[in-house]
Structures are given as structure tokens and as C-alpha cells.
Design a protein around this ligand. Sequence first.
Ligand code: PHE
Ligand code: NA
Length: 452
Amino acid sequence: MSQREQWGSRVGFILAAVGSAIGLGNIWRFPYMAYENGGGAFLIPYIFAMLTAGIPFMILEFGLGHKFRGSAPKTFAAINPKWEWLGWMQVFVAAVIAVYYVAVIGWSISYTGFAVTQAWGDAPKDFFFGQYLGLSSSPFDMGGMQTTVLLSVVLAWAITWVCLVSGVRAGIERAGKVLMPTLFILLLVMIARVVTLDGAMNGLNWLFKPDFSALTNYKVWVAAYGQIFFTLSIGFAIMIAYSSYLPKKADINNNACMTVFINCGFSMSAGVMIFAVLGYMAAQQGVGVKEVVSSGVGLAFITLPTAINLMPMPALFGTLFFLALTTAGISSHISIVEACISAFMDKLGWERKRAASILCGGGLVISLVFCTGAGLYILDIVDHFINNFGIMGAAVIEIFFITWLCNLEVVREHVNRYSEFYVGAVWSACLRYLTVPMLVFLLISNFVGDLK
Ligand code: PHE
Ligand code: NA
């Protein structure tokens, strides 16, 4: 049995964890969530959720991975052999995300190239759905630029594979050290570029103008908690796997706080960038900001290209934006696939090369579904179920199991061992009495929302 791999440095670990946390969601989900749920006032429930659920849960996951030195299935099996299935359930959720997340990264790679000449022309919407994806309801219809889509998705898988076969230190850690600083610089350059555009301040005003009446709406609080779980990649095997490679003496509490703060700081900065662009776009088109706000795929591949067309030096901002989106996506994708790979390595004793090649190869084959004419349609459905039920479901079972059925104090003692500051009874209480009920409530409200 060879020794478990280890991170080379503390910074390396934090950048890898941050690389997982910062993803497409920080750029295309957070700004819209904030705008929709009270603008500046959303920061209150958001920060509250970050402090009471995000940080405690992150500390818990880092603690579990570090204590049991294993992927999620191995960790839960070590606690109680009857609970190994929970780990596999989380790995399954991660695997499903891995195969469709990569499709969006692929599109983003294509669009980095398109941005050079604004290949999307005057009608980015028709271009995206029609010419690029060749959307139809039939998976066998190959009407769009399927070769381009396919090559981009293959490239995205190839990058992930290269990082993963190279190992924790030479692959994942090095990728984080290159990708994350690059991403931060890209974002800063974009912010500097867009805040001086006409109308940018008006856009920011829409994002940050506080509507305090939103605070009395329970949906706003639900949205804040939902965003925190999603954005931090907690509750589905990833952070457990990453922290299983920490050296023995690691400051769990501090690492967890750093990861959370950097992720949330990035989200707010991305919000500034996106809303400055939206404000400019609205001014150019002579409409209100309200008419141009959007999120997700629509924001990235339709609204932003439209805005880019209106900008001075469109090629510059366009390539920066899609490069940033690709960077944020790839570093998250690496972590999702690593959650799966580490589980197979632990369970079957596979070598890293073998696990990475088999899983990336198999993943690529399944991802091809998203390169067909029905790709976006299937992606929407899968994404909806995974976001609303998969992630939350796996998270709530994990946290209920650990905090109600196991001795949480053992974990608390463990995370405090080499940490500069300690977590006390408040930590346990937040997890037990606040996070668990909140997650249950989230699941129910998503379920009821679906029934309507
Ligand atoms: N945390 C990521 C984000 O904000 C999302 C993510 C989902 C990351 C799944 C990894 C796996 O975009
Ligand atoms: Na995130």
C-alpha cells in the first residue's frame, strides 16, 4: 500500500479548495441571486448563512477528510460501515455534475475563440441556439457546429485528465496555483475596464440598492442558504477528498475560513463586473437595467455577447470574459472528478493513472449527449434536479448523520487540534440546530416549488 499523496503547501491546498468553490456559479448565479433577492440587503442573509452554515460546514468537511484520510465513501465507512452508501451517493451526484458541467466549459472554450471576431454576429441568441448548438428536440439532429462543440468538450476533458493523472501535488495543486491567480487578474482587469463605461454606475446601483423589505420574506433567506451550499461545493464529496491530502498538522479552522472568504469575496467582485456591464448595455440600448438582467447560460452566452458587441474593443473584453469563465469552470471540474477518482482509488486500490483515465474516458463518452441537438434541453433538466435535490439531499443526510447520530464532539476536538483559533459549542449548535433544519426546509420548499 503506497502512502497517501499530500499537498505541497498550505497555499497550494487553499488555492485548490478555492478553485473548486469558485466556479461558474460565482459569475453567473450570485449576481442574479443578489439582484433578485433584495439587492444590497441580500448581503445580510447571505453573510448570515455564510457564518452560520458555510464556515461551520466547511470546517466539518475539512475535519472529516483530514481525520479519516479518505474519499467520502471511505470516510463514512470508517465512521460506520453501514453508512458507506452515503459517500457513494455523494460521488454519484458529483459524477452527474461532472458530465454536464464540462459541456458548459466546452461552450466557454468555443466562445473564447468566437470572441476574437465576435463570430456570434448581430444576433447572439440565434447564433447560440441555432448555429452553434443546432438545437432541436432530437438527439440525432446534428444541425449546428457539432464538430466545434465536440472538440471543445473533448479539450475540456483532456485538460482535466492531464491535471488529474499528474497527481495531487504536480497536477491539482499546480493547476490551482496557475489558474486561480490568473482568474483573479482577469477579473480585476475586467472590473477596471467596465466600471468607467457609461451607465456602469447605474447597473451597480441596481445590484446594491438595498430593499430591506426583502428581509421579511422567507424565500430570500432560503435563497441565501441555497447559494451558500452551492457556491462552496460542500456536501458532495469534494472537500472531503481534498482535505484527505492535508498533512497531519494542518490548521483546519483557518483554512476553512480562508476558502470561504475568498470565494465570497470573488462572488461580490464578479457581481460588480457583471452589473457594470449590464448597466452599460442598458444605457446603450436605451432600456432599463431590468430588461437586460439574466443569469446562467442565458447571461453567459447571449446577454454578454450582446453587451460585448456594444463595447469599445470588443475582442479584448470578450476573450477576457470567456477565458475567465473557462478558468473558473476547469478548476471546479478538476475537483468534481477528483472526488470520484479518489473514491475508486480508495475502494478498488486503483492507481491514479488508471482511475483518472477510466473515469475521464467514461465521462467523456456520457458528455457526448450534451453535444447533440438535444444537449441543452437535457442539461437543463439534469441541472435542475441536481441543484434542487441532489446537492441539498446529500448534504442534509451527511450533516444529519454526523451531527445527530455520531459524536460531533470528537470532530470538534480534532479540528481544533492544530488550529490557531478554536471552534466552541456554538459551532456544534449551528450545525445541529440551524443548518440541519434549514437544509430540510430548503428541500421541502424546492419540492413544493416544483409541484406548482
Ligand atoms: N461551487 C461551484 C460554483 O459556484 C459549483 C460547483 C458545483 C463546483 C459542482 C463543483 C462542483 O460554481
Ligand atoms: Na463558488
